[in-house]
Design a protein around this ligand. Structure first.
Ligand SMILES: Nc1ncnc2c1ncn2[C@@H]1O[C@H](COP(=O)(O)OP(=O)(O)OP(=O)(O)O)[C@@H](O)[C@H]1O
Ligand SMILES: [Mg+2]
Ligand SMILES: [Zn+2]
Length: 287
């Protein structure tokens, strides 16, 4: 794993995030910038606004899995939701090397360009399948929706691609026309994954994809994610509060606490020799 990572580090990152700051709430004179809350947690005692991401920087390389770990409220979901344009950032930049030669800050692009990026360059799998799926559309219809959004209108082509994708995540074709609301949690996550992969995006964002699933179902979804990474060479950001999941999947890991990245490095190194006291606490609670 280490030699593969070294090789990756010689290339340019696919995704580069710099100084990403995200505040929820209007802010006030006591919390205009995140450093004004220094020494406190990231919630403003005056107005209740929260700096959910503070100067977050990350590089994601082609085909690698980057883990993001941290306790509840540390800003993990805010980070991926910002990247997927679900939530508007406060300040910061992100570039994608295969989009406009990596020269444009994607957060400053037009709504139309952002839609293009969402539909062609990224896929998102939400912790809550109700966020990522239309439960009253068939599972095939959910995948089709994503294909149509990217400009595929030929019915036969859509049906073929949807069945191919569902097959890839081991949803039997006989169930393609069923509503995902009647599926088990593990199956719903697999439909979400197939939808997220519909347009072969180079970047996949996965937010707590196995949280709340039974252990055996969890193992199957984790295996699927590894298979996808091997076969499709997709770069992934895997968010989890569970270090066990991170250990299984991630080449490199970032540890977040109160909106900040407190430690990052090779996953093996972080687990064997955590430097930050907070990471030490996380790792020891896993043992
Ligand atoms: N829509 C929102 N409005 C206001 N505050 C929010 C919103 N979303 C998140 N927050 C706040 O931002 C901070 C970071 O939340 P976030 O959901 O990113 O954490 P997380 O690391 O994903 O936690 P969890 O492990 O529980 O999913 C928290 O203090 C949270 O209360
Ligand atoms: Mg979250
Ligand atoms: Zn404030």
């Amino acid at each position: 794993m280490i030699s593969a990572t070294n090789q990756l580090l010689e290339e340019l990152p696919l995704l580069e995030v710099r100084n990403l700051n995200k505040r929820y709430g209007k802010g006030c004179s006591s919390c205009e910038t995140p450093d004004m809350l220094e020494g406190k947690d990231n919630r403003c005692p005056q107005c209740g606004s929260v700096w959910a991401c503070i100067d977050v920087e990350l590089d994601l390389y082609k085909g690698e899995i980057l883990g993001i770990v941290g306790e509840s409220g540390s800003g993990k979901s805010s980070l991926v939701k910002s990247l997927y344009f679900d939530d508007e950032i406060t300040t910061g930049s992100a570039t994608i090397s295969t989009y406009q030669n990596g020269e444009n800050n994607i957060f400053l692009e037009s709504a139309q360009q952002k839609r293009y990026i969402r539909n062609h360059l990224m896929g998102m799998v939400y912790q809550n399948p109700w966020m990522g799926l239309k439960m009253n559309f068939s599972s095939g219809g959910n995948v089709a929706e994503k294909l149509i959004a990217s400009g595929t209108y030929h019915v036969g082509k859509i049906r073929n691609r949807a069945s191919e994708l569902l097959e890839h995540v081991e949803i039997p074709l006989s169930r393609m026309d069923e509503l995902p609301k009647n599926f088990s949690g593990g199956m719903q996550q697999r439909v979400q994954i197939s939808k997220a992969l519909a347009n072969n995006p180079p970047i996949l964002l996965l937010d707590e994809v196995t949280t709340g699933l039974d252990l055996s179902v969890q193992a199957r979804v984790l295996d699927l994610i590894r298979k996808i990474q091997r076969e499709l060479d997709v770069a992934m950001i895997v968010v989890s509060h569970d270090l066990g999941v991170i250990r299984m999947l991630a080449d490199r890991t970032m540890v977040m606490r109160q909106g900040k990245v407190v430690e990052q490095g090779l996953t093996d190194q972080i687990l064997e020799d955590p430097q930050h006291p907070y990471t030490q606490l996380l790792v020891h609670s896993l043992l």
